[in-house]
Design a protein around this ligand. Structure first.
Ligand code: NAD
Length: 481
């Protein structure tokens, strides 16, 4: 069985690389000629640990190749994956333009039976639209309109650990509908993923609509856990409790578990923000409201500006003459993906108030500059005051505060003494709760985490003691009780 993957981004490349490693002959296709040329030259346009090596090995062994020729790609595969982007439209709904354009392209080139597998994250009902677009083209060509089947196979990989996730899936969701090709499609999908089902069955078979909705349900649930913990952290701040203790205390309950319970300065990325919005939008289109998912989004939007608010509480709204260091720009570690990254919101808020921003990211610098230039396009001197520097320590020189926005491993154990030397004020606003507030206090550094008994820790402030710290009434009362 041969495989074609249409769309060679994060999901398409990982899918292609992993399936070729399992022995399938794979063609990865993309409409972006530059991307395909780079891939043909052995370059990998995204940062994903292990991907470059996996692609190189399978390319050398002749199991994977890249093309921008749709006809060649569609001829190649028995299975045609659609793995193109589904970005948010203006109204928050998923933009299906790329998916439907691929469906039409397949219809224009199909010669015999193909199984079309939708891996893009798409709203319920998209498989029907893909079928309609494809049939339309086939009928135009005077061919049988049912020369294909469409199945749903949503992807659950995490950027940064994508290869491990693909190769060791918790589950594989496959949505199939009744129809003339049902048995053949089920057999093909079973054969495709047989390696993952040897030890025990990991494939969860269902109908197409349920499969499409399962992906949104998974992302909405994970996003809700994060927003729930962020809300809890904000309350912990008011009450003088530590959300890290709460995280451990509830995570130990096997009904709850430890994953996705980290409070912080908001989630970003290519999936949670757009998928929660799309889910709310799908529901709305059917006269239904999604209260929990809407609240999840709202809490997250607020959380992205939380650190800037804390800074303003301490330094005032006018940040002219202040230099703020930022560690971490990518939306999470081990990726250079800047989609919906908290750093983009934070940098805008800081520059708006006149601060000078000196930022460092071990990997995402290049992508960050691209994203920021787009964000500030048309705004004269909008990015003035922002600089990207080559080391974490360089960012700290003369800084009035450090904001940690991405939990890259190399930020976990920095040289705090050297940091203190470099900074004008040794204040750390820790958006990922990496550091131990008590240990920093002993080192004479001011610390602000997310729900980390900040009022207690901030009460000791070696440099800014003259600056009044705005405390919530409840926390002040607790402190002075
Ligand atoms: N990135 C993730 O972590 C992740 C995880 C699970 C699911 N998903 C979903 O998978 C889908 C793809 O996401 P991604 O992050 O890989 O996107 P991406 O933007 O990285 O890649 C999409 C690729 O599709 C190409 N493309 C667009 N239209 C095309 C066309 N008509 N023909 C050929 N190529 C075309 C683009 O040039 C681009 O290279 C989305 O629906 C996303 O929600 C993403």
């Amino acid at each position: 069985m041969r495989v074609t993957v249409i769309g060679s981004g994060y999901v398409g490349l990982v899918t292609g690389a992993c399936l070729s490693d399992l022995g399938f002959k794979v063609v990865c296709m993309d409409k972006d000629d530059d991307k395909i040329r780079a891939l043909q030259d052995g370059e990998v346009p995204i940062f994903e640990p292990g991907l470059k090596e996996l692609l190189a090995r399978n390319r050398a062994d002749g199991r994977i190749r890249f093309t921008s020729d749709a006809s060649e790609a569609i001829d190649h595969g028995d299975i045609l994956f659609i793995a193109v982007g589904t970005p948010p439209s203006e109204d928050g709904s998923a933009d299906l333009g790329h998916v439907l354009s691929v469906a039409a392209t397949i219809g224009r080139h199909l010669k015999g039976f193909k199984l079309v597998v939708n891996k893009s994250t798409v709203p319920v009902g998209t498989a029907d639209k893909v079928r309609a677009a494809l049939s339309h083209e086939l009928v135009n060509r005077g061919m049988a309109s049912d020369l294909f089947d469409v199945v749903s196979n949503p992807e659950f990989l995490k950027e940064g650990a994508a290869i491990a996730d693909f190769m060791h899936p918790d589950r594989i969701v496959v949505g199939l509908d009744e129809g003339p090709h049902h048995a053949r499609s089920q057999r093909m999908m079973g054969d495709l993923y047989a390696s993952f089902n040897r030890h025990h069955a990991r494939t969860v078979w269902m109908d197409v609509r349920s499969a499409e909705l399962t992906k949104y349900a998974a992302n909405a649930m994970l996003a809700a856990r994060i927003s729930f913990m962020n809300e809890m952290a904000n309350l912990a701040d008011v009450l003088g409790a530590d959300v890290d203790h709460i995280r451990r205390g509830i995570g130990a309950d096997t009904r709850i578990g430890h994953s996705f319970l980290y409070a912080g300065c908001g989630y970003g990325g290519s999936c949670f923000p757009k998928d929660t919005q799309a889910l709310v939008s799908t529901a709305k289109a059917h006269g239904h409201t999604m209260e929990v998912v809407s609240a999840t989004e709202l809490v997250n939007e607020r959380q992205k500006t939380m650190l800037v608010e804390r800074l303003v509480q301490r330094m005032g709204d006018d940040l002219n003459g202040r230099k703020i260091a930022v560690w971490g720009l990518a939306f999470k570690p081990n990726t250079d993906d800047m989609r919906e990254a908290t750093s983009r919101v934070v940098i805008r808020e800081l520059l708006k108030r006149g601060a000078q921003v000196s930022a460092y990211d071990p990997v995402a610098g290049h992508e960050a500059m691209k994203a920021l230039r787009l964000d500030f396009e048309g705004e004269e001197n909008g990015l003035e005051g922002f600089e990207l520097v080559g080391t974490d320590m360089q960012a700290l020189e003369g800084a009035d505060a450090l904001m940690v926005l991405t939990e890259w491993k190399n930020f976990h154990n920095p040289d705090f003494a050297a940091m203190k030397e470099l900074m004008r004020y040794p204040l750390i606003l820790d958006g990922r709760n990496l550091y131990n507030p008590e240990a920093l206090r002993e080192l004479g550094m001011a610390y602000q985490g997310v729900g980390r008994r900040n009022d207690v820790v901030l009460s000791f402030d070696p440099v800014l003691s003259a600056t009044p710290i705005l405390k919530t009434p409840v926390a002040s009362a607790l402190m002075h009780a």
